[in-house]
Design a protein around this ligand. Sequence first.
Ligand code: F6P
Length: 421
Amino acid sequence: MLNYDLTTLDWSSYTKIVEKIHHYLEGAEDLPTGWLHAPLENQDALFVHIEETALEIRNFADVLIVIGVGGSFLGARAVQDALTPYFGAHHDGIEVIYVGQNMSGAYIKQLLENVENKSVYVNVVSKSGGTMEPALAFRVVRQYMELQYGEKAAERIIVTTDSTSGILKKIADSSGYRQFVIPSNIGGRFSVLTAAGLLPMAVAGVDIYNLMLGAKVAALEFQESQLEHNEAYRYAVLRHALYEQGYKIELLASFEPALNKFHEWWKQLFGESEGKEKKGLYPSTVNFSTDLHAIGQFIQDGSPILFETLLHFHEIDDDLAVPYDIRDEDGLNYLANRTFNEINAISKEGTALAHSEGNVPVIQLELQKLDAYHVGFLIYFFMKACTMSAYLLGVNPFDQPGVETYKLKMMELLQESKVSK
Ligand SMILES: O=P(O)(O)OC[C@H]1O[C@](O)(CO)[C@@H](O)[C@@H]1O
């Protein structure tokens, strides 16, 4: 899976520290590491409940509005985009749309206009239950639902939040909304494989059983304490070694547009977990070919501050062959009968070669197929690698004090403007 010129790195200097962190993580009871072993536990009852709820939503709704931000949004959206068709509605004709990630008045107004005359269900997702963006969106959407469905609105609103605390939990209890739980020992950006991510994915038609099977296989494989045998840890060590060599940016790149939102999920995972105490690689992302024609110049020839992680799935279900054209005015007949996916894969190889020659270190992450199983595997791989990587850096992977600062400042300004109004 992990492909890099390993001869450039002195792995032996990392073996002891990696093992120490591994045992700390496995043994700790007071860390929010519920996600570490969750895929190995029997969660069948939860999956059945999610599937039944998803079926009901698909039967009765034209649209599911999912409200959430950060970890309560990115994972579901990432997997949905990666595994469902590019165009048209999702499974059984349902649309799964998202709000609560921005405070654009235009966005939420147009979203409500767009669902008029459609049958709507809502899934509001917030671990803390008090994040401003989704809370505001929920206020608006909730009123819309009550106007449309009266008392029956309560049957169409499903809350995913903490099992005991938070304002959203209180609202859900008092209004009789159905509830799914984000376990208290799983933090927001590690919650994609809980109901927070799984319910919207299931509604969109993602095979959550195979997704979780992939995560389970990864959980078993990456339980290995030895760096030599654990690819998640090797990726973490590579990133750390490159950071120590002066590279300050990691560019996650792929050649399949379906993965664009997956990049965003990765960005939050690594950005919030590592970017603290004036340390950390800046996690950035590029979508090729698009960005080869935008930022490709900088990657090849610009400041030598970045390395690249190329994410590639060998098999993608849909494909199309380049047609033969007797006129050959564009001179492309030499590609006739080659498929787009083949050409895309060759373009990836060419990019890796070019960037390596430009002295940009290139790590290649290769998976067999873009399907639920391998996406589940990859999600777990990144969460495990990220945790190791943060501890190698000497920071706590599970907090985000900087984000809290922004929230406080915004609240102060909003309160001030209330007083001066
Ligand atoms: O699920 P919540 O509590 O609304 O939080 C949403 C997101 O906000 C953050 O707290 C900060 O961005 C993330 O860590 C989290 O995923």
